[in-house]
Design a protein around this ligand. Structure first.
Ligand SMILES: [Zn+2]
Length: 272
């Protein structure tokens, strides 16, 4: 077995924002579960977990639940889906979060023993949010005291991006690519499997059209939402350009996808 085994694409929350769903548009929470030879199961993001699903308003906040309308189905948590795949959730030894927004960190409490890898700037933002950031981070989601492991910007190149290699305890085929803009310490996570590299770009973009122009654009409200929630819109715009270049110039080697685009998730699932 290679160091990286099977890679599962999970959808750990369906979100139907009021303004998008009238256009027939919904969002997913795309989570990767990576089976590895020596590092157990590695998750990329967590979506909305079991404990959050027992008390959506408490864990996500009333305004988010009302506006975004996440599903409450207990079968959709990452933990439940691992079990359905015949995997033991206790084998999840590492969680890599693209960032700590409530819809990405909402399952951390289901894996209390895992090492949680996050960019240093993101952990700082989540622990000491500005007034503007306060509603996106939910302290209850890490009240159990995760085993944080932070990394910073590193100089090694990955297809022209600066990658933080040598994530503690993880194989070299999994790297974090700092891509701040959506949040202070947002990162994309790259993993090399049998079909080449997958790049989970988190919320670096919100709809496939941004990076894959051949895919039709979603409703404009998605783009507006993306702008409103960005801590640095210029960096978000630059990240869009860089990811579109990557997809265009290296599409044969790297498959780029985001956390919330339902079509991207569907295409990746049907690849096997
Ligand atoms: Zn998100």
């Amino acid at each position: 077995m290679a160091e990286i085994g099977r890679i599962h694409h999970l959808d750990c929350c369906t979100m139907c924002p009021v303004l998008a769903s009238k256009h027939g548009h919904h969002l997913v929470a795309h989570v990767l579960a990576i089976e590895t030879e020596r590092a157990g199961i590695v998750l990329v993001d967590t979506g909305i977990g079991d404990r959050a699903r027992q008390d959506l308003k408490g864990w996500l906040g009333g305004p988010f639940v009302a506006a975004v309308r996440p599903d409450a189905d207990p079968a959709r948590s990452a933990r439940a889906q691992l079990e359905a795949l015949g995997l033991d959730p206790r084998d999840v030894r590492h969680v890599l979060v693209t960032h700590l927004d409530l819809d990405h960190a909402g399952g951390l409490a289901d894996f209390p023993d895992a090492q949680v890898h996050v960019h240093l700037d993101e952990l700082a933002a989540a622990r000491h949010p500005s007034w503007r950031e306060r509603s996106r981070y939910r302290q209850v989601q890490w009240a159990h005291g995760p085993r944080w492991t932070t990394y910073e910007r590193a100089g090694e190149a990955w297809f022209g991006f600066d990658a933080a290699h040598a994530l503690d305890g993880l194989p070299d085929d999994i790297v974090a690519i700092p891509l701040a803009g959506h949040t202070r310490g947002h990162a994309a996570i790259a993993v090399r499997g049998d079909d080449g590299w997958l790049l989970h770009a988190g919320d670096a973009y919100f709809q496939a059209h941004t990076v894959h122009p051949e895919v039709p654009a979603g409703p404009p409200v998605i783009r507006r939402f993306e702008q409103v929630v960005a801590v640095d819109r210029q960096r978000v715009a630059r990240n869009h350009e860089r990811l579109a270049e990557l997809a265009r110039d290296h599409g044969g080697e790297v498959t780029v996808f985001s956390a919330h685009d339902a079509g991207e998730l569907e295409r990746l699932r049907s690849r096997r």
